[in-house]
Design a protein around this ligand. Sequence first.
Ligand SMILES: NC(=O)c1ccc[n+]([C@@H]2O[C@H](COP(=O)([O-])OP(=O)(O)OC[C@H]3O[C@@H](n4cnc5c(N)ncnc54)[C@H](OP(=O)(O)O)[C@@H]3O)[C@@H](O)[C@H]2O)c1
Length: 229
Amino acid sequence: MARPYVLLSCATSIDGYIDDASDQRLLLSNADDLDRVDAVRASCDAILVGAGTVRRDDPRLLVRSARRRAERVACGQPPTPTKVTLTARGDLDPTARFFTAGDPPRLVYCAAGVLEKTRERLDRVATVVDAGEPVDPAWILADLAARGVRRLMVEGGGTVHAQFLTAGLADELHLVVAPFFVGDGRAPRFVGEGRFPWHPGRRARLAEARQIGDVVLLRYALSDRCPET
Ligand SMILES: NC(=O)c1ccc[n+]([C@@H]2O[C@H](COP(=O)([O-])OP(=O)(O)OC[C@H]3O[C@@H](n4cnc5c(N)ncnc54)[C@H](OP(=O)(O)O)[C@@H]3O)[C@@H](O)[C@H]2O)c1
């Protein structure tokens, strides 16, 4: 079975940071771009974020537009995609909005060593899947495919994005650049060090550059599965 089509989505500052070092969530996008992200979410079967993002940002990960939810339902889909996260430590709070907002299925891919305690904590709010040890993103994609996921949106954070990119498991990258600097080495960047399949000797294809108000969307094709336009 083919792995799902994997679309990575990320917003950065001009200097490549995806957050600042404060306790507050940093808003990088603007309203029109958030609406675009909502449309991308609505086009997917599942949305994945790392446990770090669940803890730090407490995102809802729902399709916000009532029209888009209704269109999904008219096509026989649930109103909002399945929510997916992965964890090695199992340190996830069942009252996080990942678990409480909306009623789509929620999957937690959990390292085998902490499976029991994670199931005890999250059993009522999610399906906790034994993902072995260490947890392999390729295995997660195969399992998602077996659950009927054909199109997956990965919304971060940096640790998760880096794993999908370095493993060659990404088909498309949506990178939004916000018009300011963060300039703080304590803040997280889009990705850290790694051996990426795209480097000076193998450049990725820029499929689109689009201005959306004061931000710019760069859409990179990272595999042959990514359509031309
Ligand atoms: N600007 C944007 O577009 C955007 C989007 C999303 C997030 N962010 C930012 O990104 C930051 C969070 O990024 P992050 O890199 O710290 O966290 P992350 O990528 O969201 O999550 C990392 C965590 O996911 C789990 N994980 C990742 N790979 C795993 C694997 N192979 N096996 C098992 N567990 C695995 C681990 O959880 P455990 O620790 O539980 O084991 C790990 O600590 C936040 O500051 C957030 O604001 C920005």
